[in-house]
Design a protein around this ligand. Sequence first.
Ligand SMILES: *[C@@H]1O[C@H](CO)[C@@H](O)[C@H](O)[C@H]1NC(C)=O
Ligand SMILES: *[C@@H]1O[C@H](CO)[C@@H](O)[C@H](O)[C@H]1NC(C)=O
Ligand SMILES: *[C@@H]1O[C@H](CO)[C@@H](O)[C@H](O)[C@H]1NC(C)=O
Ligand SMILES: *[C@@H]1O[C@H](CO)[C@@H](O)[C@H](O)[C@H]1NC(C)=O
Ligand SMILES: *[C@@H]1O[C@H](CO)[C@@H](O)[C@H](O)[C@H]1NC(C)=O
Ligand SMILES: *[C@@H]1O[C@H](CO)[C@@H](O)[C@H](O)[C@H]1NC(C)=O
Ligand SMILES: *[C@@H]1O[C@H](CO)[C@@H](O)[C@H](O)[C@H]1NC(C)=O
Ligand SMILES: *[C@@H]1O[C@H](CO)[C@@H](O)[C@H](O)[C@H]1NC(C)=O
Ligand SMILES: *[C@@H]1O[C@H](CO)[C@@H](O)[C@H](O)[C@H]1NC(C)=O
Ligand SMILES: *[C@@H]1O[C@H](CO)[C@@H](O)[C@H](O)[C@H]1NC(C)=O
Length: 721
Amino acid sequence: MAINKFMIRLLLTIIFISKSVVSISNFSLAKLDCRDHCGNIPIPYPFGLTEKCSLNDYFLVTCNETSRSHHPKAYLMNSMHISDISLDGQIRVLQDISHDCYAPNGASVSGNNPSITLPDHYTVNNTANKVTIVGCDTYGFFYGTIGNHNYTTGCAATCNTKDDLLEGSCSGLGCCQTAIPQEISSAQVELHSFHNYTNVNDFNNCGYGFVVEESVFSPANLTNFRDVKKLPMVVDWGIDDKSCWEAQKNRSSYACNSSNSECSDPRNGSGYRCFCKKGYEGNPYLPHGCQDIDECKDPSLNNCEKHCENNKGGYRCSCPKGYLGDGTKGSGGCYRDKSLELKLVAACWTYFELRRRKLIKMKQTFFLQNGGLLLQEKLRKRDRSLLEMVKIFTSSELKKATNNFHENMIIGKGGYGTVYKGILQNNKVVAIKKSKEVYPSQIEQFINELIILSQVRHRNIVRLLGCCLETQVPLLVYEFIGNGTLYENLQNKDKSQFLSWENRLKIAAETADVLSYLHSAASNPIIHRDIKSANILLDALFTAKVSDFGASRLVPLDRAQLSTMVQGTLGYLDPEYMQTSQLTEKSDVYSFGVVLLELLTGRKALNYDKPEEEINLANFFLYILRKDRLFEILEENIVCDETREQIIEVSKLAKKCLNVRGDDRPTMKEMAMALDALRLGGRNSWAKVEDDQEEIESLFGKGLSSISFSDDHSESITVPR
Ligand SMILES: *[C@@H]1O[C@H](CO)[C@@H](O)[C@H](O)[C@H]1NC(C)=O
Ligand SMILES: *[C@@H]1O[C@H](CO)[C@@H](O)[C@H](O)[C@H]1NC(C)=O
Ligand SMILES: *[C@@H]1O[C@H](CO)[C@@H](O)[C@H](O)[C@H]1NC(C)=O
Ligand SMILES: *[C@@H]1O[C@H](CO)[C@@H](O)[C@H](O)[C@H]1NC(C)=O
Ligand SMILES: *[C@@H]1O[C@H](CO)[C@@H](O)[C@H](O)[C@H]1NC(C)=O
Ligand SMILES: *[C@@H]1O[C@H](CO)[C@@H](O)[C@H](O)[C@H]1NC(C)=O
Ligand SMILES: *[C@@H]1O[C@H](CO)[C@@H](O)[C@H](O)[C@H]1NC(C)=O
Ligand SMILES: *[C@@H]1O[C@H](CO)[C@@H](O)[C@H](O)[C@H]1NC(C)=O
Ligand SMILES: *[C@@H]1O[C@H](CO)[C@@H](O)[C@H](O)[C@H]1NC(C)=O
Ligand SMILES: *[C@@H]1O[C@H](CO)[C@@H](O)[C@H](O)[C@H]1NC(C)=O
């Protein structure tokens, strides 16, 4: 038998399809110890070549390998000849085509109208297939059944001369097509002729009809179909007649039972299908059939610029050392950390001072390393009140609440850990902080925060609800504050429009109030050490909630000893503290001043996208004040006649906070009073600005401004030893 061009094409397509299915990946298609191919046709589970290897009889494939001259042929349920199985829920069935042929004198020569009836759980795919009729004196009917309804459609294909025929067009001239409805389970095409082909006999004496995977008509089909017996039709399959919802009720018969497999029912109740979750590939019908995709191995699957790190169900981009950015293409990628050189300078600058302290520090570190448990013990014994106030959660409780610390639940990443959103069993939403790595120093931060937060209570401090000490790293559980950080609200244009001047003033006053409380009200003064807009959370009413007490310090009675390793966030760091390492409450005042500037200008504390003189907001602001150009850098939407005076007052307050000498800065109590007074419409008397230009010039102008080393991710840092 001559294999014509079409057949070869068909074969090539089939081979190509099978090949592409196999080469997608290296996962197993079939059950253990089961054959997964019939010839070159892959047979993925739930299909199988024996009863044991298939899910049930509907998926039993027989492989006829007796004929040596041909490839083995696969038959489904002993009836349907199939050429391809797709795990997406389709198979290609090779079905006979109808033909109707006449002799030159108009006598019928041969004809047949084969029909195909699909078994349960199989239906003709209505989007992939078309009823197609080919001929120049032909019309035909399609008879189908949907459930127990009959459905009929049809079309006519005619032409007068060979020249009428158009390559690629199937709209009536030599070829017609018509669509079919969903859920057809049996099909037959019946052919008729108008004039028994007597008018067109010189070039066409047969008509053909079939339901076929949509394809392009060529005039050559008028003759080359003579040798074609079978054409592929796309048939949908599914498991049972159930919807996902129904199927899930009986787990022991549920096909999408394995991990990372999920259910879908696009066929409106006539069977469900399984798919691997996003980020996974494989056979979702097999236990452990869905395997993680290593996106990093395929550049087309990840959008990392440099480093790519695969994880379960996804991947992460990162930047090499010395670079900043999130590492994804398009959003800036990785760019050189300009602050690195400056950091080096700074490191040298503090080298000798820090070396002296290194010995002391080492002792401290050892103490803390071994003291983690001690601290926990202390908490248990001494602070009975703490134990009553905060709940001790179990680790499984928190795992459940965060979906096993799933990536989707991450709401923030800070210097000391990752913050997850969690939903407790009683549906209460909480925020859960978890350390990134298991360094003793980080555990120290957590214990520190636990101790500090257990001693303070204030409506503008994020409330600690409990903790979990079972895990390697302690987990802290807080009330959930839903509207993000002040930083996000200022930087996101959609959100910042809601930050009216009134709200900004409220946030400033409340933050000042918290700091004033920490510095003076509590029995041991507390220095927050990392005041920044990213550590101020907002609720829907724009109430400020100060958070992240990981770096905070209780001030010992003997104040002279409070010299610490310089810690904080660049752009907010008190220059005096950086120079002397002497921590005082006034460091918080400086940082608070920078937050005021953010509220006034909407700018970032450090922004490397700006010209050099504008990178450090504090420096630039003082420069602008000196030039009397305050109104050039204010956030536009806060300035109006009513707010003008308040804005000028707040600018003056901010300037005082940014005084180089800590002693010259106001206390937080003074700040809180002044801001409260402003909110109530009063004017404060003391916030007159004395112009200490020279000092600012000498310190900010040259010397210290160069130490504004930082990244603009505003992560907390510790100056390297
Ligand atoms: C397929 O995976 C198996 C183990 O999972 C491995 O031994 C084999 O080399 C892999 N084959 C290919 C072609 O990657
Ligand atoms: C297999 O195919 C050959 C040739 O096409 C045919 O003669 C034979 O009956 C088939 N066997 C089965 C079991 O279908
Ligand atoms: C056309 O063919 C049909 C049978 O298919 C036959 O009954 C009829 O007589 C034919 N008409 C002519 C004009 O030959
Ligand atoms: C029909 O096939 C197309 C692609 O061949 C597929 O996207 C669609 O989901 C199928 N329809 C059904 C009901 O499965
Ligand atoms: C559908 O057609 C078949 C044969 O063509 C007929 O036996 C059956 O009664 C029809 N069903 C209905 C519901 O019309
Ligand atoms: C018609 O013939 C062309 C050219 O041989 C071929 O590419 C096409 O697939 C055929 N049409 C159908 C419906 O098979
Ligand atoms: C589905 O899962 C349940 C419990 O995980 C198990 O008992 C059952 O055998 C599984 N069913 C199948 C078909 O794998
Ligand atoms: C669940 O499925 C199993 C296996 O198909 C079957 O034996 C059992 O009767 C079903 N249970 C229910 C409650 O339908
Ligand atoms: C699903 O089936 C119902 C009735 O069986 C029908 O009303 C609905 O339109 C169908 N939905 C789709 C998307 O076909
Ligand atoms: C945040 O605040 C706005 C304005 O008050 C409100 O419309 C929005 O729902 C809040 N969003 C959340 C997540 O609470």
